[in-house]
Design a protein around this ligand. Structure first.
Ligand code: ADE
Ligand code: ZN
Length: 338
């Protein structure tokens, strides 16, 4: 079995933006294919820009690089490259984020985006033994009215999404602004998640739970600042999709050793490990597990516990979740036995 050789467990990835998997090599290949002029001297010049002050300095580069994504083939190639890398790192299921508005504002039609992503997703089971649920994220620094119109379009075109999320610049853009959008999503049977407590305050985490009815919190690390919220997350079994390398690179935490993840676990919170935007933050999900193991001295038992949370908190089918739990048990037995 391919998992035998892995030093990190099989897992589900619950927080990854497909646009954040756009590697510099693919940016250059797509720019050439689509005759897009890039504002960089060369690929090394681009790579030198991967030093971020905060979330918004990252988002500037993230949105700018999307200029190369033009056709359905581009979106299919982007997603396929991510699926190949994720599967090689032990990922068995992905709840995959995309940002419809980031493409619409550039004149790329919703149908183009979902056709390309849908094609890659349909092939992923056969090619990579990977199941995928697609989640449309709304940009919280754009208007709720626009988000509502995009959601209506997604619903009417049968885009194949299983859920909705909320991302982009967090500070000053509270979750409650999007109450109507999330209510419409719920009424249409969609799963709901939201970024909260990444750069924004712990209060946004509680607000997203209460007003948007979210089932998981993306990031949520600033929950550590509010003991009552921590107790609530633990009591209600709310999962956090934590992205350790992202938090270091965007300076939400000073260093990996300062990351609150061990305290979140100690408080009884259901923590999962994810990559967020792996092309930008120096690693895919297995690299995130490895970084935690290195810094906190964790072994197979701790890593398997995190992976189990990723399985149970995922939007995979019950059979898919059970299959993954069985694989994690098997991985832990072998990892401890050697
Ligand atoms: N979009 C892509 N990555 C993001 C992040 N880490 N936070 C908010 N929005 C994002
Ligand atoms: Zn994110």
């Amino acid at each position: 079995m391919s998992t035998d050789r892995h030093d990190t467990p099989p897992c589900a990835e619950l927080h990854v933006h497909v646009e954040g998997t756009l590697e510099p090599d693919l940016i250059y290949a797509l720019a050439e294919r689509n005759a897009v002029a890039l504002p960089y001297r060369d690929i090394d010049d681009l790579r030198r820009r991967y030093e971020f002050e905060d979330l918004s300095s990252f988002l500037d580069l993230y949105y700018a690089n999307m200029a190369v994504l033009q056709t359905a083939d581009d979106f299919a190639d982007l997603a396929t490259a991510y699926f190949a890398r994720a599967a090689a790192g032990g990922v068995r299921h992905v709840d995959l984020f995309f940002d419809p508005q980031a493409h619409l504002v550039r004149g790329v039609a919703l149908a183009t985006v979902v056709e390309g992503l849908g094609r890659a997703i349909d092939e992923a089971a056969e090619r990579f033994d990977l199941t995928v649920g697609l989640i449309a994220c709304f940009l919280r620094d754009r208007s709720p009215e626009e988000a509502l119109a995009v959601l209506r379009d997604l619903l009417s075109m049968d885009a194949g999404i299983i859920g909705v999320g909320l991302d982009s610049a967090e500070r000053g853009n509270p979750p409650a602004l999007f109450e109507e959008v999330f209510a419409l999503a719920a009424a249409n049977g969609l799963r709901r998640v939201a970024h909260a407590g990444e750069e924004g305050p712990a209060a946004y985490v509680a607000e997203a739970l209460d007003v948007l009815g979210i089932e998981r919190v993306d990031h949520g690390i600033r929950s550590i600042e509010d003991p009552r919220l921590l107790a609530r997350l633990a009591a209600e079994g709310v999962a956090l999709t934590v992205c350790p390398l992202s938090n270091v690179r965007l300076r939400a935490v000073a260093t990996m050793a300062d990351h609150p993840l061990p305290q979140l676990i100690a408080a009884g919170v259901r923590v999962t490990v994810n990559s967020d935007d792996p092309a930008y933050f120096g690693g895919y999900v297995d690299d995130n597990y490895r970084a935690l193991a290195d810094v906190f001295g964790w072994g197979p038992a701790e890593l398997a516990a995190l992976a189990r949370h990723s399985a149970t908190a995922s939007f995979a089918s019950p059979e898919g979740r059970q299959r993954l739990l069985d694989e994690i048990d098997e991985w832990e037995r072998r990892a401890v036995g050697v």
